[in-house]
Design a protein around this ligand. Structure first.
Ligand code: BES
Ligand code: MN
Ligand code: ZN
Length: 490
C-alpha cells in the first residue's frame, strides 16, 4: 500500500474528513459543508448514532453538489484528546473502512503534520497481511486499498515525521513475519538467517551453535533442543549507538520455534498455535532492528534462545536432571515447561558476559497468564520497581498494556526440589505464571530485571484498531519507547 502526504485539496474523489465529538463543523468539514449546501450538517442530523468517537464512520455516497464519489466523515474523538495514539487508531480504522467500501484510493484530511504522520503509521500497521501462502484467494476477496494520501498543511513536515515511524513499522513487520511463518520455514537456523539482514543496519551478529553452547555448559537450553533434528542456536544481536564505556541494556526472547511439549506432549487440538512460541525472540529482533534503524543513542544487546521442542528418541525425559550454565541443576519434571529452561541459560549468558544495566525478557511462557489476564495485557514481573515503572509508563504511551504481578519467597519455594537445586514446574498448577517467573529470577543475580509473559498478547484472533488479527509484535513499540524515554544519551 502506497502512503503519501500532500497539500489539502477538497476535490479528491474519495475523501475522509474529521469531525470531533462536539460535532461542530470546522476547517475542512465546514468548507465542504458550505460547498455542499449544508450536506454534512444534514447527514449528521439524520444519523444520531454518529457521535464523533475515535474511528467512527459515516459514509455519504455520491453527495449532490460535491465532486466526491464518496465522502467519509471520520470521528476524531474529543478535540483536546486528539494525540498521536488517537491519530494512529484513526489511520488504522480508515484502512479497514476503505477496504470494506472496496475503494482503491483514498485521501484523508489531517491538517496537523505530526498527527498526519501518526495516522499514516496506523494505516501502514493495519495494512499488514501475511498472505504469501494463499495462492487461490479471489481478487474480490482481497483488500482493495492500494494508496492512501494524507492531506495536511505541511506535507514536507509530515513526510519527515513519518520516516522513523515508517521504519518502526518495517521492524514490526519483520517481527510479524517471523511469528507468522510456519515451523517448517522458521526453525533456529532459518531464524538466524533472517536476523542476519540486520547487519546492513550496523547490527553486530554473533551466533552460538550446539558445539559452542556445550562448551559454555548451557545444559538447560540444550536439553530442550535435544529431541529435535534442528540445531539449537543462541543469537546475539548488538547495537552500539553510544560510547564504548556506556553499559549496555539487554533484551532476551524465548525462541521456541515449535513447542510440541516434548515427551510431556501437548494435546493435538490447537497445537499448531505453538509455531508462535518464538514470539519473544521475534520481538527482540524487531526491537533491535528499529533501534539500529533510528541510530538510537544506546548500547543494546538482544539475545534469542532458539530451539525446537520435539519428542524424538533422543528427547529429554521427565525426571532428567540438567546443569545450567550458571551451575545450578534443574530436574525437568515437565518437558513442556521448556521456555524457562531456554531462558535460564540465555539470561545467565547475557548477564555474565555483558553485565547490562538491566535485562528485560519476553516470552510466551505460560498458559496460566492467559487465564489470569486474558488477551489484552501482558504479565509483568520484576525485581526492580523503577524498571517496572518505566515499562508500565511506556506501555501507557503505546497502548500495549501490561499488568504487574508479584514475586515472593512463598512462590519461590514451590520450585525447590529434592533431586536437584530446583525443578522446572511448581508442585500444583496454582500461580503457574508466578512460579515460572520465580524460576527465571534465579538466573539474573542482582541485575535489575523484568519479565513480560506475552502468551496472551503475541497473537490476536481479532482485528484491532491498527493491529490486524494474527501476529501482533506486542512489545516492539513499547520497548522502543521505554529505551527512548529513559536510556538514550544518558
Ligand atoms: N509455550 C507454552 C505456553 C503457551 C500456552 C503459550 C498457550 C501460548 C499459548 C509453554 O511452553 C508451556 O507449555 N507452558 C506450560 C507450563 C506447564 C507445563 C507448567 C503451560 O502453560 O501449560
Ligand atoms: Mn511448553
Ligand atoms: Zn513453550
Amino acid at each position: 500500500m502506497k502512503i503519501a502526504f500532500s497539500a489539502i485539496d477538497l476535490k479528491k474523489p474519495v475523501l475522509a474528513v474529521g469531525i470531533d465529538e462536539s460535532l461542530k463543523l470546522a476547517d475542512a468539514a465546514a468548507q465542504i459543508d458550505k460547498a455542499g449546501k449544508g450536506i454534512i450538517a444534514k447527514v449528521l442530523k439524520a444519523n444520531p448514532a454518529f457521535t464523533g468517537k475515535v474511528g467512527q464512520f459515516l459514509t455519504v455516497h455520491q453527495p449532490a453538489e460535491l465532486p466526491q464519489a464518496a465522502l467519509l466523515l471520520v470521528g476524531l474523538g474529543q478535540k483536546a484528546k486528539l494525540d498521536n495514539l488517537a491519530a494512529m487508531k484513526i489511520g488504522g480504522k480508515l484502512v479497514a473502512q476503505a477496504n470494506s467500501l472496496r475503494v482503491k484510493e483514498i485521501a484523508a484530511v489531517m491538517p496537523e503534520a505530526v498527527l498526519a504522520a501518526h495516522a499514516a503509521y496506523g494505516a501502514k500497521l493495519r495494512s499488514y497481511r501475511f498472505d504469501k501462502y494463499r495462492t487461490k484467494e479471489k481478487a474480490e476477496d482481497k483488500p482493495t486499498l492500494a494508496s492512501i494520501t494524507f492531506l495536511t498543511k505541511d506535507p514536507a513536515a509530515a513526510k519527515k515525521a513519518f520516516a522513523p515511524l515508517d521504519s518502526t513499522a518495517e521492524s514490526i513487520f519483520l517481527t510479524r513475519n517471523l511469528v507468522s511463518e510456519p515451523a517448517n520455514v522458521i526453525y533456529p537456523a532459518s531464524f538466524v538467517a533472517r536476523a542476519k539482514e540486520l547487519a546492513k543496519l550496523g547490527v553486530k551478529i554473533k551466533v552460538l551453535g550446539e558445539k559452542e553452547m556445550t562448551k559454555l555448559g548451557m545444559g538447560a537450553l540444550l536439553g530442550v533442543g535435544q529431541g529435535s533434528r534442528r540445531e539449537s542456536q543462541l543469537l546475539i544481536l548488538e547495537w552500539n549507538g553510544a560510547a564504548k564505556t556506556s553499559q549496555p541494556v539487554a533484551f532476551v526472547g524465548k525462541g521456541v520455534t515449535f513447542d510440541t511439549g516434548g515427551i510431556s506432549i501437548k494435546p493435538a487440538g490447537g497445537m499448531e498455535e505453538m509455531k508462535w512460541d518464538m514470539a519473544g525472540a521475534a520481538t527482540v529482533t524487531g526491537l533491535i532492528r528499529t533501534l539500529a534503524a533510528r541510530k538510537a543513542k544506546v548500547n543494546v544487546i538482544g539475545v534469542a534462545g532458539l530451539v525446537e521442542n520435539m519428542p524424538d528418541g533422543n528427547a529429554q525425559r521427565p525426571g532428567d536432571v540438567v546443569t545450567s550454565m550458571s551451575g545450578q541443576t534443574i530436574e525437568v519434571v515437565n518437558t513442556d515447561a521448556e521456555g524457562r529452561l531456554v531462558l535460564s541459560d540465555a539470561l545467565h549468558y547475557v548477564n555474565t558476559v555483558y553485565k547490562p544495566k538491566f535485562i528485560v525478557d519476553l516470552a510466551t511462557l505460560t498458559g496460566a497468564i492467559i487465564i489470569a489476564l486474558g488477551s489484552s495485557r501482558a504479565g509483568l514481573f520484576s525485581n526492580d520497581d523503577k524498571l517496572a515503572e518505566q515499562i508500565s509508563d511506556a506501555a501507557k504511551d503505546t497502548d500495549e498494556p501490561v499488568w504487574r504481578l508479584p514475586l515472593g519467597d512463598e512462590y519461590d519455594k514451590q520450585i525447590n526440589c529434592d533431586v536437584a537445586d530446583m525443578q522446572n514446574v511448581g508442585y500444583g498448577r496454582e500461580a503457574g505464571s508466578i512460579t515460572a517467573a520465580q524460576f527465571l529470577q534465579r538466573f539474573v543475580g542482582k541485575t535489575p530485571w523484568a519479565h513480560l509473559d506475552i502468551a496472551g498478547v503475541a497473537w490476536s484472533k481479532k482485528d484491532a484498531d491498527f493491529t490486524p488479527k494474527g501476529a501482533t509484535a506486542f512489545g516492539v513499540r513499547l520497548l522502543d519507547r521505554m529505551v527512548a524515554k529513559h536510556y538514550e544519551g544518558k
